[in-house]
Design a protein around this ligand. Sequence first.
Ligand SMILES: [Zn+2]
Length: 300
Amino acid sequence: MAADSRVIAVDVGGTSIKAALVDRDLTAVHAVREPTRRVGGVADVDQIAELITALADTQPVAGVGVAVPGIVDDGTGIVRAAVNLGWTDVPLRDLLAARTGLPLLVHHDVRTGGLAEFTVGAAAGADNALFVAIGTGIAAAVRVDGHLLGAGGYAGEIGHVVVDPDGTLCTCGTRGCLETLAAAPAVARRYRERSGRSIVDAAEVVGLVADGDPAAVTVWDDAVGALATALTAAVTLLGPEIVVLGGGLAEAGEILVSPVREQLAKRLTFQRRPVVVRAELGQDAGRAGAALLGWRAASG
Ligand SMILES: [Zn+2]
């Protein structure tokens, strides 16, 4: 590997694909973003290969890390299911490695963000940690005894822990999952239902919570309570030293983190009491994690 070589970090999403050339210190030196190209409703793997090749043509590249949403088997790089990309059982790592000729790893997007928070972010140095990304959906990355749990892609689906068995129907087909109360679209939808106002996103609800709007406060309390319930189960099962809250909704900062910390503390008795903090890397976690994967791929 050339001393000046870099890696390519790719973040594949349903609406856009982001790719960047990244230094050893995880600084992005060049970044590109394209709308996700679809062929017959299915995201086009060729577009990802083309983006990687175009970046690799400009300078020496040691490896590539790719983050993908859905059910992703990190060990094999097979995307079992990614609804917003239209993929089922796509052997993405092998397809991209064959087309680019570069050492390459494919991991789940939240586990990739978690890898960054566990390595250089809020949970750096903790052998037992939980990273929960709260955005359009909710999922977790789990580190136990220094190992990132994958379970063939099925670990970490905390968004589908049932917190209210009689609750609203979830996209997964079950009632009352955490996502139906605490994912960003649910927070916005529940506020609209309660207030009759045409609020479009969760960030606006956060602003109203700060202003003391009663409907917003109720919806927010429900989201916080649901998160604390699901986290209590996760903490009891996994014993993290630290819980890191990330994703779009965690941009709200202490207005989210502080009540979750308080509610969780009230529910724990004999369990280890984890520190609850906001993610450090914010929206850069995915890219930093994918770059870490790129370096890991490069070292074989
Ligand atoms: Zn669900």
